[in-house]
Design a protein around this ligand. Sequence first.
Ligand code: BGC
Length: 343
Amino acid sequence: MITKREFGTMPDGKKITEYTLTNSSGNSVRVLDYGCTVRSICVFGTEVCLGYDTAKEYFANDAYLGAVIGRFANRIGGAKFTLNGKTYPLNHNDGENHLHGGAEGFDRRLWDAQVSGEKLVLSRLSPDMEEGYPGDLRVYVTFSLSEENALTIDYAAFCDEDTVFSPTSHIYFNLNGHDSGSAMGHLLKIDADAITPSDAHSIPDGSYLKVDGTPFDFRAAHAVSERIGEADEQLQFAAGYDQNFVLNNHGAVCQVAELTGEKSGITMQVLTDRPGLQLYSSNYLTRRAGKNGATYRERDAVCLETQGFPNATAIAHFPSPVLHAGERFTSKTVYRFLRGKTQ
Ligand code: BGC
């Protein structure tokens, strides 16, 4: 069942709507048409996703809480890229670099909404040169919640010119409850043999680092906290986990990660066909008020952002982020919730 309610008003007077997807066990997901934002995921009586109560707080949101990111997830070094011999300057919204689609990325836009049976389809036309990216890009993001408590996010897009495209969803998870403090005790598994190391500004340099013997080996489950304080350059650059993992899914939708709340016993499995996964231990989530009276602080959540590789615009041997004119981009990510530890 999908219901809706008014959530707030855009500065230009347009209404923001919140859609609630509920399955027959009463588990629910709330999505805003502002920023394509997942505001709530309530499973087995626990609210597992960080969010805000009001539109105003989302307008001031510097952490992309719950939003869909586009056109390009994570960073592009030097805030520019070259495609077909032409260089496109982008917004420098992260020092010298470009982060999460720019200052007015997908997370800041009001999307068109359509309810189609048990699916919520949010779409928009991102016009040519929006935030510096070429081509009129039509994007669809479809949310559904299954009877098996799987939240599926389907991305589809096409463009009238060659462009680059690499979306993600920036949900902050705390499986013990959004207001339960540090999420660093969560157990995590990631099916990845390598990460793409970054410089001090989180820009991948094109190398691969095998996870063997490093704090990035999550092929067997580890608490996120277990090795986060190690004297590792990558961890120190990012003040914790904030790295892109090279997934072993070979382009097919399959399980790539599993996260368990050590107190609640709630497990989330992540399935995707995307080549990368950003593990972000919310190192820069500075203290702030969250929904329902919660206070959020650094490390109170884990983000598992399925994505193309950051800075892939500059690195020819990374999976290509180019979307050719007329080609259809499709991708799927599933967050499936289970009760009881499986790790
Ligand atoms: C990035 C972080 C960034 C954060 C912003 C994450 O996806 O990897 O470096 O600070 O988003 O919320």
